[in-house]
Design a protein around this ligand. Structure first.
Ligand code: ZN
Length: 180
């Protein structure tokens, strides 16, 4: 494979470089979104909650570094046009839904949001691992899925330490919302 076939669109994570391109996009988006959210929360003196997002931002940043390291060994990451990324969800899986952001968010709500993101990222990698014909993509995807699983676990642990507010307005942390 020489790549650069202008007529053919990349179709998802079909090779290691394309897999890394997707992963880099996913983790960079997550990092930036978490950073934006902690910025908003810090501005509104919601320091406790902002701290959670700073932590999540740090994990995404570590993942970005890891992807770049791996990419060095496979000749770099190819450019993928925004419309050529193939996700299983409308947005990259690890992106925190901005419309859910609110500067008065409770720690429980924030943790729930972050958990949804991390679960979607984990499921994305698991699905790639499941569908790929490429053994190396499979190996990497399983490794990344495990990392995302650890992030989910971390959030579960945090959540145990955060008491439920008496009038917590978002208690739908355990599943997808079905409010319409
Ligand atoms: Zn993660």
């Amino acid at each position: 494979m020489t790549g650069g076939q202008g007529s053919k669109k990349p179709s998802g994570s079909t090779s290691v470089p394309l897999f890394l391109a997707h992963s880099l996009e996913l983790e960079t988006d997550a990092m930036e979104r978490y950073r934006d959210l902690s910025g908003i929360l810090e501005e509104h003196n919601n320091g406790e909650v902002a701290k959670f997002f700073r932590e999540m931002e740090r994990y995404a940043a570590l993942h970005v570094d890891e992807v770049k390291e791996i990419a060095k060994g496979v000749g770099g990451i190819p450019y993928v046009a925004p419309w050529d990324y193939v996700w299983f969800t409308p947005e990259p899986p690890e992106v925190a839904p901005m419309e859910d952001a609110h500067y008065l968010m409770t720690p429980r709500h924030v943790l729930g949001m972050a958990m949804e993101c991390e679960k979607r990222a984990r499921d994305y990698y698991l699905q790639i691992a499941d569908e790929t014909q490429d053994e190396e993509v499979k190996r990497l995807a399983l490794g990344f899925a495990e990392e995302e699983g650890q992030h989910v676990q971390l959030l579960v642990e945090w959540l145990k330490k955060v008491p439920a507010a008496p009038n917590d307005w978002s208690e739908d942390l355990d599943g997808p919302r079905s409010s319409d």
